[in-house]
Design a protein around this ligand. Structure first.
Ligand SMILES: [Zn+2]
Length: 243
C-alpha cells in the first residue's frame, strides 16, 4: 500500500547508512563521464554493500541487461515510475499515474522478486490524493511499499559540470558533511538522470560523477565505523504508521 506521507524510516541506529540511487539505469557514452549504473553496482557489491536502485521504466526497457546485472549483484531494485513525471502536477492534469506504475512494474517482473516492491516518486513529489488514488485504482497496490523517502541529499547532480574538475571530491565532501552531522541516514544519489535536458540546461553538460564520489564516500565512512544496511533491513511502517 502507499502511505500518505513519504517514508523515511525510523531513526536509524547511530552511524548507520542506507544508500539509494535514482533515475537509472544508464550507461556512459565516454570514459569516466556519465551514468555508470553497472560499475557503481559492481563497486558497491565489492565493498559488501547492498544498495537500492530506483529505476525509471523507460530506461529499464532500454537497458535490460544492466537491470539483470544489478539484480544479480544482490542489490534491491525499486520503481521510480515509467517516464519520471512530477506526479503532483501530472495528477492535477489527469495523467494516468496508474499506468506509470504498472508499466514499470511489468518491466521489473523478470528482475524483481523482492516483496514488497519499493517505490519512490520523482523528486519526492507526493500528496495524500495520489496515495489514495493509487491505493484505490492500482490492482497491485498491496505489493508496494512507499513512497520511500530519504534523509540525506546533498544534490549530487549539482556537481556534474564539466568545468569543475573537482566535482567528485566536492560532491563527496558535501555528502560526508551531511552524513556525519546526521550520524547516518538514508542517502539519495543519482546513478543517472531522468531529467537530462533540465540537467543539461543547468550545468551545460551531463557529466555524472556519482561513481567517483561514492568511491570517496564509502571508504571514508568505513574508516569512521559506519555500518551499511539495505533498504529491506529498515522497518518503514513502524514509525510511519498513520494515526
Ligand atoms: Zn528521479
Amino acid at each position: 500500500m502507499f502511505s500518505e506521507k513519504m517514508l523515511t524510516g525510523p531513526a536509524l541506529t547511530h552511524k548507520t547508512i542506507c544508500l539509494s540511487f535514482d533515475d537509472g539505469p544508464g550507461v556512459s557514452y565516454s570514459i569516466n563521464k556519465g551514468p555508470n549504473t553497472l560499475a557503481l553496482a559492481q563497486y558497491l557489491q565489492s565493498e559488501g554493500i547492498v544498495a537500492s536502485f530506483f529505476m525509471v521504466g523507460c530506461f529499464i526497457k532500454k537497458f535490460p541487461k544492466i537491470v539483470q546485472a544489478v539484480k544479480d549483484l544482490g542489490h534491491i531494485i525499486g520503481s521510480h515510475t515509467y517516464s519520471h513525471p512530477n506526479m503532483v502536477k501530472a495528477f492535477v492534469n489527469g495523467t494516468d499515474l496508474v499506468s506509470e506504475l504498472t508499466k514499470t512494474e511489468n518491466l521489473l517482473l523478470p528482475y524483481s522478486n523482492n516483496q514488497p516492491l519499493y517505490f519512490r516518486p520523482p523528486h519526492g513529489y507526493w500528496n495524500t490524493a495520489i496515495s489514495q488514488h493509487l491505493n484505490n485504482h492500482l490492482k497491485s497496490a498491496n505489493n508496494y511499499l512507499g513512497p520511500i523517502g530519504w534523509t540525506i541529499d546533498a544534490g549530487d547532480w549539482m556537481y556534474w559540470s564539466k568545468f569543475d574538475k573537482d566535482g567528485a571530491k566536492k560532491c563527496a565532501a558535501a555528502y560526508l558533511k551531511m552524513i556525519t552531522e546526521n550520524n547516518g541516514g538514508i542517502v539519495l544519489m543519482h546513478d543517472s538522470n531522468a531529467d537530462r535536458n533540465l540537467i543539461k540546461a543547468i550545468i551545460r553538460r551531463h557529466n555524472n560523477r556519482t561513481l567517483d564520489a561514492i568511491k570517496i564516500i564509502v571508504p571514508t565512512l568505513k574508516k569512521l565505523d559506519y555500518q551499511f544496511i539495505s533498504l529491506d533491513e529498515i522497518n518503514f511502517l513502524e514509525t510511519n504508521s498513520q494515526h
